[in-house]
Design a protein around this ligand. Sequence first.
Ligand code: BDR
Ligand code: CA
Length: 326
Amino acid sequence: MTPYLSSPRVILDCDPGLDDAIAIALALRHLQVVGIATVGGNVGLERTTANALALCDILGATHVPVHAGHDIPLSGSLEHRATEYHGPNGTGSVQLPNPSRPPTSVNAVEWIVETIRGEEGLTVIATGPLTNIAHALNAAPDIVERIAQVSWMGGSSDAGNTTAAAEFNCWVDPEAADIVFRAGLERLTMIGLNVTHTVLLDRPWIDQLRTDINKPELTVFADLLDYYEVRQRSLTTLAGAAVHDALAVINVSHPELLAGIKRPVEVILAEGAARGMTLVDRRPRREPAPVAATVIEWADGDSIRQLIHGALTCGSGSGTGDPSAA
Ligand code: BDR
Ligand code: CA
């Protein structure tokens, strides 16, 4: 199904990744995706790029350009991917078909800069480390004022997941996050673990989704979620799969399903236990500090689950009929 021509036009920067796969499906369904940039994160860049291309094939989006970006964070080194959650290929135990095409380019940063220079008011949705976005802002500070919003899944206003303090996307590339937070963007929205952990897809929901999927090629999304749910339940105390990245898309496509507040946020860069933390100043009655983002603090879980169900079953994605309510 084609999104409305009036829906926001977006660049999606991602590292698929199981929840990134859901984010891609939602974005293609509800937004005008100008193109996809890939970044190294959950797995290496070669895999995130192949996965993005294969997912576009599955979703009938071979017209959407896919540009490969940076594999390694600004610090120059990366000790750890997220294969414990996403499997060695970033797609759990699922082997996606080989993509039908190569990436459109291997210079996502240049593409991001040129695309934003060519069209005012684009939104950037980022569901991985902010490496590409930071490189783009460094190379072309003029693009800052042309961006409508950066909607980023990353950080947390409470606990981390990779370390006690740091969420994975921020932990991978804190310097990049710091650059983005300090860039002076008109609208920067942080969708962190504090809210993504409140929207879970549990086992009965995923089983019902599998039953409801009415196009054979989309069954793969139930397979991806199967793996993700099992891994999250075995590695955390969560009672289902937190599809973090989906919320960064929904923040743009259905902003009424999330609510947040502008807060000062500092990315901790110092070596030590807090490196990669997004320190959110939640003190009341404080004047906003210059480095601020809208920190999402609430999500309408039932409606979000319906929306995801709709996107993966080609249903309406709205109204009643939440499969988890059965
Ligand atoms: C984030 O880290 C990745 O593993 C997920 O894809 C998501 O973007 C959650 O911390
Ligand atoms: Ca991701």
